[in-house]
Ligand binder design. Structure first.
Ligand SMILES: NC(=O)c1ccc[n+]([C@@H]2O[C@H](COP(=O)([O-])OP(=O)(O)OC[C@H]3O[C@@H](n4cnc5c(N)ncnc54)[C@H](OP(=O)(O)O)[C@@H]3O)[C@@H](O)[C@H]2O)c1
Length: 280
């Protein structure tokens, strides 16, 4: 049996990947710091995995806009991928890595296919693109580079774990009778357990190495998604659509961040996945 290592195993996605690969070894920051090249080499040489699934990342999108945040993001989301990729080449292992729709500028209303040109408009997007480039420039590497967007699922276990959009809406609805929600940014939600299963299928079905886009179907705005949420829960709440510039944030977000999946079977719509999530 192939030996699988999941890095970032306490994060939102990592914990779901571990459920799908119950025999995998799970490491988080306590076991490996992926920005430490010597540690990466030593630990991986010792473990000898056949597959490395990297779910570790620095995802504080707005914090990346300041100098210290961007420096950290470039290390974790960028340079570290070079260390992991080199170790995979050495071990003849396969690298699975996740990137984001934030590598695109969001001007293309129809969305972005896997081979579309990347042009990030935020420092976070730049840092994730650096990681992609570290992978793509190693020609003999066996890799699956999976772009995804707007993850939701059980909160990660680390102290810095963020609550997902739907939990944030539910919490707000306990405090106020009306909520203003952004209605001019369009992209796809992705249920972390669905992404974990799709990652497993990609390998089990021997898809060729390369770039893949995996999200739930049915792109929507934040406002539309909040409407779906409260229709499912039956909670009466007034949702007021607003433009993104109502809530000025340090980092720009792509206006149309739809990831087009032209290579794989489509996942279910996010509405059904959300119903499942609310029952968990
Ligand atoms: N969340 C989204 O909406 C979203 C959207 C698009 C793409 N993605 C991508 O999907 C992947 C999974 O995201 P996620 O939301 O599951 O992430 P997450 O919940 O933030 O988990 C990331 C994990 O990585 C660990 N980590 C951070 N720096 C590390 C380091 N230097 N060495 C080892 N471990 C480290 C974190 O530990 P600490 O907490 O201790 O730092 C955390 O447990 C990432 O590649 C992300 O960029 C996410």
């Amino acid at each position: 049996m192939k030996k699988t290592l999941v890095i970032g195993s306490r994060g939102m996605l990592g914990q779901e990947i571990l459920k799908i690969f119950p025999n995998a070894v799970g490491w988080d920051r306590g076991e490996i710091n992926i920005v430490n090249e010597t540690q990466v080499n030593d630990k991986l040489k010792n473990l000898q995995p056949d597959i490395i699934i990297n779910c570790a990342a620095y995802n504080a999108v707005d914090a990346c806009e300041n100098e210290a945040g961007f420096a950290l993001a470039k290390k974790i989301n960028g340079e570290a991928l070079g260390y992991l990729a080199d170790a995979c080449l050495e071990l003849k292992a396969t690298l699975v890595h996740y990137s984001t729709n934030y590598v695109f500028n969001g001007e293309r209303e129809q969305g972005y296919a896997e081979d579309a040109e990347s042009k990030p408009i935020s420092k976070y997007g730049e840092s994730k693109l650096l990681g992609e480039q570290e992978i793509l420039r190693r020609s003999n590497l066996k890799y699956y580079l999976i772009r995804t967007s707007k993850l939701f699922g059980q909160k990660g276990k680390s102290e810095m774990a963020k609550e997902n959009f739907f939990d944030a809406m539910i919490n707000l609805s306990r405090k106020q009778g009306e909520i203003r929600v952004v209605d001019d940014e369009l992209s796809n939600f992705t249920y972390a357990p669905d992404l974990a299963r799709a990652t497993q299928s990609l390998m089990a079905e021997n898809y060729s190495y390369g770039i893949y886009h995996i999200t739930n179907e049915n792109p929507c705005t934040w406002h539309q998604a909040a409407r779906v949420l409260f229709d499912i829960t039956g909670k009466k709440i007034k949702l007021i659509p607003v433009t993104a510039n109502t809530f000025p944030r340090p980092a720009k977000r792509p206006q149309y961040g739809i990831l087009l999946n032209t290579k794989l079977p489509k996942l279910r719509g996010y509405e059904e996945a959300l119903s499942n999530y609310l029952k968990v």
